[in-house]
Design a binder for this molecule. Structure first.
Ligand SMILES: [Ca+2]
Length: 536
């Protein structure tokens, strides 16, 4: 890397000299600087890295009227010029790293990938795979496909009896991509990063959890959103959900047509249970809605009531995977998540529904030691006895070890966040894991020193629309403050944005187990009317 630095200096000097000779002054030093950094970027192709296929590298410079504006928690921010490097860690973990050409903040950021990964999505709006949100903050940032290609994030065909790819996806992607990416950072800037961060949601959250459990020295700060901590139990859960709603004819018994009816009834019954009638269910665990209250009195199938069959389906969903199946009781669909069901549980015609898609992929290609393949279905899993055949692959995928002592010893900080209306990576599992960590690590006060959980009332899976409650916030800034300045997050400001009127509501997110409590005066649309409180 030293050689690279010298080469850049010489190049810069020769340009500057040429400018002086030509008698040019205005803009000359800027042009020299641009040429210098572009050359340094292209030179990364010559970087020698072990177990890595040749890199491609080129400077991305935008004309001012073509510069992309990136959505961030603080509004739209212009994308800076950057050096784009693409490559693959052998055998086939593709990655893309972006290095700001100017004004590098001296830090490194790695993004996890959602679902079964399978594509490098540096710019995918709203996905935690995206790294443009970090590059606009000055980060050198990398994202990855986790070692395989897929047509979409729920396509699991790649994993069909493919242990090498499964292990890359499980955990190897984390140390390998960060190793290579950090070497590229040193190669380009001539010095290592000052701080390293990881951020991911869903399976990306699982990767974050894997990082702090297996690779505690790689990152100073880690953001873990709605983590899919345990694919084995999630596969059992998906089987339970799919079975509950699959009729003898193979069709869905409860579908999108009555989802809003149910959701409205749940909200009407449970909104006030948190003490404030505000269109938010702040704690779904307090909701005691009984679907029977919506049952059609005459046994009809009218659109404004539920049939006995439909009541049975949603009771199974809310009731969750019975603990007699060897899984955690907390795997249940939360009350208040109905608004997100069309994307996951009750898809409209022509849409497969996330639970059905992921359940299908998991069972056919990921969770068995010997994959049963395309003819298998989640409804084939016998949940009446403990499915021990799912245990073998679990040892690779699972990221639910509560012993974080190595991460704590390396002075790492981790922020978990979780939507309380997430019907996919359900809140009970995340809360359960955090409580396990708390118990393992010496209680709340000790855990607060390095690991905090923020629950987001009314929020669905990761950044899933629609917004029904304030769920837009800036966890990266909170983590930076904690890691770099020792300021632990107690209260994170969140907003719900209205596209036409701007901020529609602001609320604090509170470090678990504190909750946002209305002070009793002031607008309930304003965060300042709320305090984080440990009392009910
Ligand atoms: Ca409420």
């Amino acid at each position: 890397m030293k050689q690279l630095g010298i080469k850049r200096l010489r190049y810069s000097m020769s340009i500057a000299l040429a400018c002086c000779i030509a008698g040019i002054s205005v803009g000359c030093s800027e042009a020299a600087s641009d040429d210098q950094s572009s050359a340094a970027c292209a030179a990364l192709q010559d970087l020698s890295l072990s177990n890595t296929s040749p890199l491609s590298a080129s400077a991305m410079r935008f004309r001012e009227n073509e510069r992309p504006a990136i959505d961030t928690a603080g509004g739209k921010v212009d994308m800076p010029d950057y050096c784009r490097v693409q490559g693959a860690v052998r055998p086939q973990i593709n990655f893309e790293i972006r290095l700001p050409l100017d004004d590098w903040n001296g830090k490194f950021y790695m993004a996890g990938c959602g679902g079964f990964c399978g594509r490098v999505m540096a710019d995918k709006e709203g996905y935690s795979n995206a790294i443009n949100v970090a590059v606009v903050r000055g980060y050198a940032a990398v994202t990855t496909d986790a070692g395989h290609w897929g047509t979409h994030a729920a396509d699991g065909v790649w994993a069909y009896n493919n242990r090498s790819a499964e292990l890359d996806y499980s955990y190897r992607v984390i140390p390998e991509v960060s190793r290579v990416a950090k070497a590229i950072v040193r190669g380009f800037y001539g010095r290592p990063e000052q701080y390293s961060y990881f951020s991911g949601c869903s399976n990306g959250g699982r990767m974050g959890a894997m990082a702090i459990q297996r690779y505690p020295d790689l990152f100073d700060g880690v953001l873990i959103g709605s983590p899919a901590l345990d694919w084995r139990t999630l596969s059992m859960f998906s089987s339970w959900l799919v079975k509950a709603n699959t009729g003898e004819d193979g069709k869905l018994m409860f579908d999108h047509r009555k989802t809003a009816l149910l959701g409205d009834a749940v909200m009407a019954h449970c909104d006030i249970k948190d003490g404030l009638k505000d269109g938010q269910i702040d704690d779904p665990r307090k909701c005691d809605f009984e679907p029977e209250t919506l049952q059609c009195p005459d046994g009809s199938g009218d659109t404004d009531c539920l049939t006995a069959t439909e009541v049975d389906v949603v009771n199974k969903w809310y009731g969750g995977l019975p603990n007699t199946y060897g899984a955690d009781w907390s795997y249940k669909v939360p009350f208040g998540s109905e608004t997100y069901w069309p994307a996951w549980l009750t898809p409209p015609p022509g849409h497969p529904g996330g639970i059905y898609l992921f359940g299908d992929g998991l069972h056919k290609y990921l969770v068995y030691e010997k994959d049963p393949g395309p003819d298998y279905s989640p409804v084939d899993l016998n949940l009446d006895r403990y499915p021990a055949q799912l245990d073998y692959m679990r040892q690779f995928y699972r990221a639910d070890n509560p012993d974080l002592s190595s991460f704590r010893a390396s002075d790492g900080k981790v922020i978990f966040y979780q939507g309380l209306a997430d019907p996919a990576a359900i809140p009970g599992a995340t809360i359960g894991y955090y409580e396990d960590v708390r118990e393992e690590m010496g209680g709340q006060a000790e855990t607060d020193k390095f690991a905090r959980l923020f629950l987001i009332p009314g929020a669905g899976h990761c950044w899933e629309p629609p917004e029904v409650s304030p769920n837009t916030f800036d966890p990266i800034a909170e983590l930076e403050n904690w890691v770099e300045h020792g300021i632990a997050p107690e209260r994170i400001e969140a907003v719900r944005n209205n596209p036409t009127t701007g901020t529609a509501r602001s609320r604090p997110l509170c470090a678990y187990p504190a909750i946002a409590k209305y002070k009793g005066e002031g607008s309930i649309e304003e965060s300042s009317s709320f305090e984080c409180s440990l009392s009910e």
